[in-house]
Design a protein around this ligand. Sequence first.
Ligand code: PLP
Length: 240
Amino acid sequence: MKNDENNIDSQSLINNWQQVSEQMRQACDKVERQTKDVVLLAVSKTKPAEMIAMLAQRGQAHFGENYLQEAVEKITSLKAQHDRTTIIWHYIGSIQRNKTRDIAEHFDWVQTVERDIIAKRLNDQRPADMSPLNVLIQLNIDNETSKSGCLPEQLPDLIKAIKDYERLQLRGLMIIPAKADTDAFARTKQLFDEIKQRHPELSGWDTLSMGMSGDMTEAIANGSTMVRVGTAIFGARNQL
Ligand SMILES: *Cc1c(COP(=O)(O)O)cnc(C)c1O
């Protein structure tokens, strides 16, 4: 690891993680939701494998990574060292067309699918001896042309394509809303529920990934089932 100056000590890491879990519990209490219905995804990009192992040993199951090469190195070394600790790996970075194989071969989830061409490649490249790759469609809920994600009007066609891929399991939606868009969470929740009603055949449609370090309470109040938290757990990010 080149640049570790921002790495916090292990006690701070554990404390942060417990505080985030407590914040999630309070956010759930406030709106009478059950804590078990919201998953904490620990976003470990730029952080060393040792920090991931430390949380995994205490029961943190889901980890998210954005940079493929860095992620594959960490996944490989953690599998070799800790074969009894199960980590569920989520890819949450942007997907280049020529990098789909690494995602299909190393991850359990991918949250950033926005085009059929990418979904098809992931489906074709998912190894036969692995369970289907869990997929979230990244939705560009603000309709900003500069942003990544599938536009709302393209969503019905993308869902129709992905649900027929046998090596993919479509699980729901992911958003990274613009700060100014104060009701993005509520609009996405509504869309998520409409799709569930319209597609009873989508048996795995159960995940709404929204909320990060700064807005997880609002996201949980609006129906998020998975918050993606980086800095509030790991501290400031390192440079790669
Ligand atoms: C980095 C990242 C996060 C975590 O952001 P924090 O503000 O550090 O909690 C969440 N989601 C995605 C897609 C990210 O890239």
